[in-house]
Structure formats: structure tokens, C-alpha cells
Design a protein around this ligand. Structure first.
Ligand code: BF8
Length: 633
């Protein structure tokens, strides 16, 4: 493959090096498969194909010719709205099922039935238990945790008909959700109801379909995802700022390299413990390695980075490239964002792909089923597999990029508050003074339709230059970490006001707040600021962006962020353009409903302009100091 093509695919120089190696070794990656798919199906891109029943599949002619209706009579509006709602259901289900797994592990741990876990953050346990009106005085932490986990379990079903964490939203927002009839009743219920409403012959009217989609997304953002975050903090500790490193260069030639990949920290936390086990280290030495090195990919990586400072090998599009380095002995995966191509690439080397969840088995992988009741034993078994694989490593096939970048992560809402001296007031003061113009959440995936990392990094740079504090999660955070923006020195690239604030606090201008379920941390910060000012979230100078998104989870995230009142720009075009009605509702109509809309803008420079203008408008509406930065457009 020509060098120019590689440079068009990614701005990550380590990824470029691995793409060159892939070319030499005739290995296809997601980029090649994307090209092989082109031209992609036009009906699919516009969202106007339906296969919800077997009278179909049906599609609507986008040029206004026949057919204009599916066999059942569904038109483009109905089909697009149903498809979009189902994407929200898929995303909300993935996040929330992850949350459910964490709740279950907390419950089992409280009963003393797990191996290798304990309650790490007792203070947070008590604080959250009090939110749930659980008596905490003079009770053992296990008893409190058991009752809390049971109360959380009820939120997945029909017992309570409400989600506790939604109470954290500002009063005006809660009233709005109630008046619209979208207050989330329970996590599973709202997701199941999407599947019901979008079944053949049920919902056909776009507003009611989409409103319910918003309701289900709220059950994710303020429900399943927030439970995943908060309960993970109780089990493994609330993140605090810490330093680490990122890029494929974190792999070590003379060590057993284990990559943990996926989303749920339940497995990876014990793998971290197992690689530190002296018995395992000794075994690795017996096989000729100096030690055992662990690094992460995707959000499992973000979880371990935030709490333990474990290095990050890369984001979503780097997963195949990590194997192509020839230096990964085992890639241990839990679930979500795992490419089914991994075992076939691993087969070109000595690498093992080890699946661990019954929910995410992949043909060609070694399956070692994980079970929290025997967590540590299973963790050590997996580490032994990696050590054994190391013996078969072919040094001639190993090429580890030299690039290693420093980063600072660990900015939980609590850590941000602590840095500010225990209250959001200094942040509000900085916003009022115009030192920080506003806050933008830049989140989401990689997508081979978009030059890898380019949109994340370009957008983030433009925003900090204009004194907009950027908070990040997921693959966006990893992209900007690789670009060197997650270190305090990056404040030099920010505008004067943000630079001053970041330098005085010793923090980067771009704050890594965790994995994708940790977008709930961003909701908590936004709610805390709005509550302090006694306004709604939609009144704040804040915005969201998903510059390279691709997953259904990102659709659910976008929906709950907008439903929470935050204007959100999408970098990849969602499959809705086949319906004028749905497109107008998402980009304009929602403003009068939830006080925020979506915008779609694939160009990161223009994406930045949209966000800057939005923040300026919100500042003006709040009567804040006029902007010294020029208003664009
Ligand atoms: O949940 S950002 S590619 S890894 S979906 Fe996946 Fe997207 Fe990355 Fe984290 Ni989120």
C-alpha cells in the first residue's frame, strides 16, 4: 500500500507503522474491509430499509419514485424513526447490561461470594446508599452494599418505576422530563418497550417513537451507565489524577505482553492483580521474559488507566494493529467493540485471543469463561496462557513502534471537585470571568470513514485554543492522549484564560474522565454546575461532540446527552437522512422539546465553529461577559 494511503487513514504514527507492516505481511484491517464494502448500500446509509418482518425486507426509493411505502404501509419517516429507536435500544442495552454485571458483582462481593474483589471506596458506598435512603450508621459496609445492590437491581425491573440517579438532574430538567412523559421508569422496561413499539404494526408516528427513544436513552445515561460508573468506583476506587503512558510503544519486546480489551473492569482488574503475582512473574522469567507487561485497548483500558494508571496501547482502530506488532502474547477480551477479525489476525502470529464472556464469544478464539466467584483463579489461568504463548513468539515478526506519549488521567467528578477545593464555585467563577468560555465534552469512537484520530484531535485543539475546557471519555480521550494533549504542558496550546486556569491547578486543558459509561461523570458535573446556579443544564455554555462515532452505544449517548439539554455535534452522518421529518426533528424540533438539538458536521474545523458559536450564544443568554473570541459565521 502506498504511503499516501496510509497517511490518509490515520494521524497516529504508531498506527501508520503497523499499517505498513500489515501491507508487507498481506494482512487486511478494518480500513481495507471498509474499502471493500464501498460503495456502501444507499438505502442503509439513509436509514430507509426495513427488515422488521418477513413481508419484507422493504426499502423506500430516496428519489421519490415507487416504492414509497413498505408492504405494511410504513413510509420513510416510520422506517427511519424505528431504525433509529432500535439503535438506541442496542446501545442502551449494551451499557446497561454492563452496569447490571457490576451491580451483580457488588452484590456477590457483599455476600462474600467473589474471589479477588472488595469494597474499596467505603465513603462513596455510604454517600450513594444515602441517596437511596439506606441507613448507613454503624452498619458493616457489606450489609450496606448488599442492600444498595438490591435497590439498584430493582431499577432494571418494574418494582420501583423510577431511577434514583435521575434525581441528580436539575429541578427544571426533571420537571421537563416528567411533563414530556420521558422520565425513565426502569432500565430494562424502556429498552424492551422500544423493541415492542418498533415491532411490525405498532408505532408508526415519528415523534412518539423518538420520544420513547429519548426515554430509553435516559435510562442508560442516568441509569445503567451511571450505575456502572458509581458501583465500579465503590468496588475498585474512585479515580484520582495519575500519570501514565499511551501508544503501541507501551508494548515491551522482552516482556510477556497482555492486552486487555473491551469494557467491563470486572475481569481486567483481576488480571492486573494476577500479573503482579510473584508466582506468575517467576513463571514468565522461567520462559525467558523479564516480566509481564499489561496494557489496554478501548474502554477496559480507560477503566484501568483511571484507577490504576495502567498504560494504554490504543483506541478502537488500534486493536488489530496491536496484534500486527507480533508482540502481543494474549489479547484478553470481555465485551463490546471487539472486532471478530481478531483471531484470524492473531493466527498470523503466535498471539492468543482469549474471550471470557459467554455474551461475546468469537470463532477462532480460546474461550476461558470468566466467573466472579472464581475470579482470581481464572485470572491466573489466563495469565499462564499468555506466558505459554510468549515461548512461541517469533522475534522476526516483532516490530514495536517507538512512540510512547505521557498522559495524565483520572479526572472523576470527585477528583475535579477536589482540585477545585471541594466546590464547583471556582469553575463557575472562571466561566463567569470568561477565563474558561465553556465546557465541551468530546467523546466517542473511531470510524474508518474518518481519518483515525484526526477529527478528535483537530476539534479538541480548536476548542482549547478558544478557552473551552474539554472533557473526554472513550476512544476520543485516547486519541488526544496520543496527540499529547492530556498533559499539563499542553496548557501552552490553550487560549490565555484556560492556560492560566490549567497551569494554576497543574492540570491538562483536556481532562480524561474515563470510559464511555463514565459520560455519566460528565452529566454529574453538568448537573452540579446547573444546580449551583439554579438553572437548567440547557442554559449552560456546554456542548457535546462525537467526532468519529460509529456504535449504537454512541447513538444512545447522543440521545441522552441531548435529552439532558446539551447541544451535540456528530462527525459521522447518522442513518436518518432518508426521512425529512426525523432529520428536522433531531436538528431543529428537539430544541422546543428538550432545549437542545443534534447537528451533523464531518469537518472538525466547522464542528469547532458550531460549538464555539453555541457556547457564545449560551454565555450571552446568561448575561456573561461578551466574548473576546470572534464569533464565527
Ligand atoms: O464504549 S468510544 S469504539 S471503546 S463505543 Fe467502543 Fe466507541 Fe471506543 Fe468504549 Ni465507546
Amino acid at each position: 500500500m502506498k504511503r499516501e494511503i496510509i497517511l490518509e487513514r490515520t494521524i497516529d504514527t504508531a498506527a501508520q507503522e503497523m499499517l505498513e507492516k500489515a501491507t508487507e505481511e498481506h494482512i487486511d484491517t478494518a480500513w481495507d474491509r471498509y474499502e471493500a464494502q464501498e460503495p456502501q448500500c444507499g438505502y442503509g446509509l439513509l436509514g430507509i430499509c426495513c427488515r422488521n418482518c418477513v413481508m419484507g425486507p422493504c426499502r423506500i426509493d430516496p428519489f421519490g419514485n415507487e416504492p414509497q411505502k413498505g408492504v405494511c404501509g410504513a413510509d420513510a419517516d416510520t422506517i427511519v424513526a424505528r431504525n433509529l429507536a432500535r439503535m438506541i435500544a442496542g446501545g442502551a442495552a449494551a451499557h446497561s447490561d454492563h452496569g447490571r454485571d457490576i451491580v451483580e458483582v457488588l452484590h456477590l462481593t457483599a455476600e462474600g461470594k467473589t474471589q479477588g474483589y472488595q469494597i474499596n471506596d467505603e465513603e462513596k458506598l455510604k454517600r450513594i446508599a444515602q441517596e437511596y435512603r439506606i441507613i448507613t450508621d454503624e452498619r458493616p459496609k457489606e450489609e450496606i452494599a448488599k442492600e444498595l445492590a438490591e435497590k439498584a437491581m430493582e431499577e432494571f425491573g418494574m418494582i420501583k418505576n423510577t431511577i434514583q440517579f435521575a434525581e441528580r438532574a436539575p429541578e427544571k430538567r426533571k420537571e421537563l422530563w416528567k411533563n414530556l412523559g420521558i422520565w425513565p421508569r426502569s432500565i430494562d422496561r424502556e429498552i424492551v418497550e422500544i423493541m415492542h413499539r418498533t415491532h411490525i404494526g405498532v408505532g408508526a408516528e415519528i415523534a412518539s417513537l423518538l420520544l420513547h427513544g429519548l426515554r430509553a436513552s435516559l435510562s442508560d445515561g442516568w441509569g445503567g451507565s451511571m450505575l456502572a460508573t458509581e458501583f465500579s468506583d465503590i468496588l475498585w476506587g474512585t479515580p484520582k489524577p495519575k500519570e501514565s503512558t499511551v501508544s503501541l510503544g507501551v508494548l515491551k519486546e522482552d516482556h510477556v505482553n497482555i492486552i486487555v480489551h473491551g469494557h467491563n473492569p470486572v475481569l481486567s482488574e483481576v488480571i492486573v492483580d494476577a500479573v503482579r503475582d510473584p508466582e506468575m512473574i517467576e513463571l514468565a522469567k522461567q520462559k525467558g521474559a523479564i516480566g509481564i507487561n499489561i496494557a489496554g485497548i478501548c474502554c477496559t483500558s480507560n477503566e484501568l488507566l483511571m484507577r490504576k494508571g495502567i498504560p494504554v496501547a490504543g483506541n478502537f482502530l488500534v486493536q488489530e494493529l496491536a496484534l500486527i506488532s507480533g508482540a502481543v502474547d494474549a489479547m484478553v477480551v470481555d465485551y463490546q467493540c471487539l472486532m471478530p477479525s481478531l483471531p484470524s489476525i492473531a493466527n498470523c502470529y503466535h498471539s492468543k485471543v482469549i474471550t471470557t464472556s459467554p455474551k461475546a464469544q468469537i470463532p477462532g478464539a480460546t474461550h476461558i469463561e470468566f466467573d466472579p466467584e472464581h475470579a482470581y483463579d481464572i485470572g491466573t489461568k489466563i495469565v499462564k496462557e499468555a506466558i505459554e504463548a510468549y515461548e512461541n513468539r517469533n522475534p522476526n515478526l516483532v516490530r514495536i513502534p517507538k512512540k510512547i506519549v505521557k498522559l495524565m488521567a483520572g479526572f472523576s467528578a470527585e477528583a475535579i471537585l477536589e482540585a477545585l477545593g471541594g466546590t464547583v464555585q471556582p469553575l463557575i467563577d472562571a466561566i463567569v470571568a470568561g477565563k474558561i468560555r465553556g465546557i465541551a465534552a468530546v467523546v466517542g469512537c473511531n470510524n474508518p470513514k474518518i481519518k483515525h484520530d484526526f477529527n478528535h484531535v483537530t476539534l479538541t485543539k480548536r476548542l482549547i485554543e478558544k478557552d473551552i475546557l474539554v472533557v473526554e471519555t472513550g476512544c476520543a480521550a485516547i486519541a488526544n492522549a496520543k496527540a499529547g494533549l492530556l498533559v499539563p504542558e499542553a496548557a501552552d496550546q490553550a487560549g490565555e484564560g484556560l492556560k492560566e486556569v490549567a497551569k494554576s491547578l497543574g492540570i491538562p486543558p483536556v481532562l480524561h474522565m474515563g470510559s464511555c459509561v463514565d459520560i455519566s461523570r460528565i452529566l454529574n458535573v453538568a448537573a452540579a454546575i446547573a444546580n449551583k446556579l439554579n438553572v437548567d443544564i440547557s442554559d449552560l455554555p456546554v456542548a457535546g461532540a462525537a467526532p468519529e462515532w460509529m456504535s449504537e452505544k454512541a447513538v444512545s449517548i447522543g440521545a441522552y446527552v441531548v435529552s439532558s439539554g446539551i447541544f451535540t455535534v456528530l462527525g459521522a452522518i447518522p442513518p436518518v437522512l432518508g426521512s425529512k421529518g426525523v432529520t428536522e426533528l433531531l436538528t431543529q424540533g428537539l430544541k422546543n422539546v428538550v432545549g437542545a438539538t443534534f447537528a451533523v458536521e464531518p469537518d472538525p474545523e466547522k464542528e469547532a465553529e458550531l460549538i464555539i458559536n453555541h457556547i457564545n450564544e449560551k454565555r450571552k443568554a446568561l448575561g456573561l461577559k461578551e466574548t473576546p473570541i470572534e464569533t464565527v459565521m
